[in-house]
Design a protein around this ligand. Structure first.
Ligand SMILES: Nc1nc2c(ncn2[C@@H]2O[C@H](COP(=O)(O)OP(=O)(O)O)[C@@H](O)[C@H]2O)c(=O)[nH]1
Ligand SMILES: [Mg+2]
Length: 451
């Protein structure tokens, strides 16, 4: 379900971009600018540096370079900056209350009967949030019925399917346009994984789900309802949860420490993970102010009081400091990984499709050929068989004739030899008769006829 609700918020200061914008005019910003100027002047005097870059300072009142940050802010705001937060955790852990508290608003929630769902249901709503003329298009994605079923080993599937589906939608958009900023972005930029404050370490369902999710989106574990446990219990719970996360190789989102401007605060926040938060939709008057709080017989827990819980730190980390980084990481890390795998898969699917299409065409052609030339084909085959039989017969006859001829040739040769011998004998006899008539008178016998 997608609904569009326009919310004009009291000041939450959620855009890091406004932070850039205000930096140039704030007093601490002015000090920083002075320091940067001195640094630049020093570099300009350095002969080696001066060889490469010459620093020029346009005369006052300036030429407009300083408006670059505002140009960037304007473009981002005009392009409809979208930010999508997923809330995951068992029914009743405090997902809806936390998102309301984070944005100081009241979002749609009809999850009263989510514990009766037969499977996990992912419900997404869209809202337009406006703060000091900066608007964002916020997606609130709540996973209902999580941990409510008897069979839980596949509880993560609808969640993973939803995340993949949004990546697919973005991929489709991206393939259609050349301008990345114009793509409608419904990808999950951060998943707040709410963990019960009581228990030892993480439950099996938490581990299985986190393992499935950490490579798909920026996963931030959060201990909900931290007002229900003592400070010591909270420290123990944090330690055990982090040990389970590390032992199971789950790479949760870490706030970046490569940007010097926010490195210190991010490093401090990383050390406090998982944040233990309190949330509420109730308001209590404390002193002169009305604050979001939980009222107990023994006292009041203020949601935005830094000494009561990590709630303010969580909000600052998500909105004021790292919102852009969460979006960038979603794009450069999780989406890129998904995209390359998906494109490979698409390539294989296309090749398989082409291959089966070729097979189909081939079998169609064979069938058509058979229908058209089937009878002729059989006739040709019969003729071929007959020819083969005839050629075998002729071959046999040829061999028999050849043998017969050979025999006749041998007999003829023998007759010739015999004849020659007789001729010789007669010749000798004739000569003998001549001699007998004239000299010896011996009686010569003729040789026997040799067969
Ligand atoms: N003690 C305590 N109760 C909370 C906190 N946050 C929410 N709750 C309560 O827990 C109940 C369930 O909260 P809800 O936000 O509807 O949970 P969801 O089902 O996860 O969306 C409500 O009665 C809330 O008032 C908290 O930080 N501390
Ligand atoms: Mg809810």
């Amino acid at each position: 379900m997608i609904s569009h609700i326009y919310l004009r918020l009291p000041r939450v200061s959620f855009l890091v971009l406004t932070h850039i914008y205000t930096n140039t005019s704030s007093s601490s910003g002015a000090e920083e600018t002075d320091a940067k100027q001195t640094d630049t002047e020093e570099k300009a005097e350095d002969p080696v540096y001066a060889d490469i870059v010459r620093v020029l300072r346009p005369a006052d009142p300036g030429v407009g370079i300083e408006w670059l940050a505002q140009q960037y802010v304007r473009r981002v705001v005009a392009d409809h900056y979208s930010f999508n937060v997923m809330l995951l955790g068992q029914t009743g852990v405090g997902k809806s209350t936390l998102i309301d508290s984070l944005f100081r608003a009241h979002f749609l929630d009809d999850s009263t009967r989510s514990h009766r769902l037969s499977r996990v249901e992912v419900v997404a709503n869209r809202y337009e949030l406006c703060e000091n003329d900066v608007r964002i298009d916020l997606g609130v994605i709540e996973c209902r019925g999580f941990d409510d079923q008897l069979t839980k080993d596949k509880s993560y599937e609808p969640i993973v399917d939803y995340i993949n589906k949004q990546m697919d939608i973005y991929l489709e958009e991206e393939l259609k346009t050349t301008h990345r900023d114009k793509c409608k972005d419904t990808r999950v930029h951060v998943c707040l994984y709410l963990i019960s404050p009581v228990g030892h370490g993480l439950k099996a369902i938490d581990l299985v789900t986190m393992k499935e999710l950490y490579a798909k989106c920026n996963l931030i574990p959060v201990i909900a309802k931290s007002d229900l446990i003592t400070e010591q219990e909270m420290h123990d719970r944090k330690r055990k949860i982090m040990a389970d996360i590390e032992d199971n190789g789950i790479a949760i989102y870490r706030f970046p420490i490569d940007d010097l401007e926010v490195a210190a605060i991010n490093a401090k926040s990383n050390a406090k993970l998982p944040f233990a938060v309190v949330a509420s939709n109730d308001f209590v008057t404390v002193g002169q102010r009305e604050v979001r709080a939980r009222q107990y017989p023994w006292g009041t827990v203020e949601v935005e009081n830094e000494s009561h819980s990590d709630f303010t730190r969580l909000r600052d980390m998500l909105l004021r400091v790292n919102m852009n980084h969460l979006k960038e990481t979603t794009h450069s890390q999780h989406y890129e990984l998904y995209r390359s795998e998906r494109l490979d898969q698409l390539l294989i699917e296309t090749q398989t499709k082409h291959y089966s299409e070729l097979n189909r065409i081939e079998s169609e052609l064979v069938a058509k050929y058979k229908a058209k030339f089937g009878a002729k084909d059989q006739e040709l085959k019969n003729m071929e068989r007959e020819l083969h039989l005839k050629s075998e017969k002729w071959k046999k006859m040829f061999i028999e004739n050849r043998d017969q001829l050979e025999l006749s040739r041998q007999e003829l040769e023998e007759s010739i030899i015999n004849l020659n011998m007789r001729k010789q004998w007669f010749k000798v006899k004739m000569e003998g008769n001549v001699d007998k008539d004239g000299k010896d008178g011996k009686n010569h016998k003729s040789p026997k006829h040799k067969k």
